[in-house]
Ligand binder design. Structure first.
Ligand code: FE2
Ligand code: FE2
Length: 173
């Protein structure tokens, strides 16, 4: 609950600084920056915090980590939640709906062809990993797409270290 409250305040006061922009320029290509800035500002700030946490976690990782790849994946992991499609209100609503009535929320999230607003929002909530991975794949970023697609999937034996660290960093932010 405390994490959700913290996330809410982060979302309300979100702002991307000049320092953040320099960090993005260092780590993302122009095409990747365009995808990044396609997210809402609160999601951009969440991705930046996730990237900094991931970099810190990688320093103590036992396995060898591809740090530039991890940083790009952390910055791009939620690009499937595009601005205007999933703002602060709908994010809060989806989190509450999924917590209070998980099976009903999942039914709304399933891609059954319904065109209601609630269906579309819950579809983005549950499927943004696949949506974002497909966007990255269309731009030719296959390695990033592979990790982004799996960031909400249950941990598996063959998870690369970058995916494991991304999941932890995402959970902390
Ligand atoms: Fe996500
Ligand atoms: Fe995330």
């Amino acid at each position: 609950m405390m994490k959700r409250i913290r996330q809410f305040f982060h979302a309300v006061f979100a702002e991307v600084s000049a320092e953040d922009r320099a960090f993005l320029k260092q780590n993302l290509s122009m095409e990747q920056q365009a995808l990044f800035f396609g997210m809402s500002v609160p999601d951009q700030c969440h991705a930046l915090r996730t990237a900094h946490t991931a970099i810190a976690l990688a320093e103590n990782a036992a396995a060898k980590v591809d740090l530039p790849l991890l940083t790009r994946c952390a910055l791009l992991h939620d690009v499937g939640r595009r601005d205007g499609e999933f703002g602060v209100f709908w994010k809060c609503f989806a989190v509450l709906f999924a917590a209070l009535s998980p099976s009903q929320a999942k039914d709304y999230g399933d891609d059954d062809g319904s065109d209601s607003v609630l269906h579309r929002k819950m579809c983005v909530y549950y499927h943004h990993a696949d949506i974002g991975a497909d966007m990255l794949l269309r731009e030719g970023f296959a390695a990033e797409a592979e990790i982004v697609r799996r960031h909400h999937k249950a941990p598996a034996e063959d998870d690369p270290p970058e995916l494991r660290i991304l999941r932890m960093a995402d959970e902390m932010n």
